[in-house]
Ligand binder design. Structure first.
Ligand code: DGL
Length: 269
């Protein structure tokens, strides 16, 4: 048994979708969440730069916050840095791409899956590789959705503008006749109403959040790293951007567990 917290990070608010699933599935586990809102969005940045940010933040989670596991709650950072973090860190590292693919492959009936994500994630080919290594006989249509993340970070999850953008960006996956759409960016579940509306009710939207939480639980069980102490879990939230904004919008997006936000500090590694 291990009372250290689980660490997780994202470029901003998106990873809160994964945090919500983790808190619901593992309510006794302590959590440290870092949102890199000072440097979001990650999606348009070169993967090398995202890899650098991911090393910095994951390093801070392990060295400064003493976490027992790192959840890379960001597809772009998972695409850029998951293998490297697994190699470098001495704690288990969980990404969101593989769990998302697993959930989508289970959900599809017509074997046509759409994946939407940031430019960085889609152009990295990480989803195509994950599907290949899964050996799933599915046809994948991938589409980048630049602009979606910025709407979420502004707290604009249901506006006319985001709807117009969604109509344009989702056109390729609609045309491909997918019956399952994998939200390959942890920000996108906050836009699920708009995305679902545009895709139509016959298309199942799949997020990686729940499947990632299940993976975390099975690693804790397999390694005996689950929390021993009884008592209320401690959930810490840290932002590299405006902490007041993070508290206000983060609380709206995550729920009452987010009641305090600390400023981020880390050193270059
Ligand atoms: N939530 C991130 C992801 O899953 C975000 C992206 C961004 O900052 O562009 O890819």
């Amino acid at each position: 048994m291990d009372d250290r917290p689980i660490g997780m990070f994202d470029s901003g608010f998106g990873g809160l979708t994964v945090a919500r699933a983790l808190i619901d599935l593992l309510p006794d586990e302590d959590l440290v969440y870092i949102g890199d809102t000072g440097r979001y969005p990650y999606g348009p940045r070169p993967l090398d730069e995202v890899r650098h940010f991911a090393r910095q933040i994951a390093g801070a989670l392990v060295d400064d916050h003493g976490v027992k596991m790192v959840v890379v709650a960001c597809n772009t950072a998972s695409a850029a840095a998951l293998d490297l973090l697994r190699f470098e860190l001495e704690v288990p590292v969980v990404g969101v791409i593989e769990p998302g693919v697993r959930a989508a492959v289970q959900a599809t009936r017509n074997r046509r899956i759409g994946v939407i994500g940031t430019v960085g994630t889609i152009s990295s080919g990480a989803y195509q590789r994950a599907v290949r290594s899964h050996r799933a006989q599915v046809e994948l249509t991938c589409s980048a959705c630049p602009g979606f993340v910025e709407f979420v970070e502004r707290g604009e999850t249901d506006s006319e503008q985001v709807h117009v953008l969604a109509e344009r960006l989702l056109h390729p996956v609609k045309e491909a006749g997918v019956d399952t759409l994998l939200l390959g960016c942890t920000h996108y579940p906050f836009l699920a109403r708009t995305i679902g509306d545009v895709m139509g009710r016959r298309v199942v939207l799949v997020s990686s959040a729940d499947e990632t939480a299940f993976e975390v639980r099975s690693i804790l069980e397999d390694t005996g790293l689950g929390r021993r102490s009884a008592g209320k879990a401690n959930h810490r939230f840290i932002s590299s951007g405006d902490v007041d904004l993070f508290r206000q919008l983060g609380r709206r997006l995550l729920g009452p567990e987010l009641d305090r936000v600390e400023p981020a500090t880390w050193t270059d590694r």
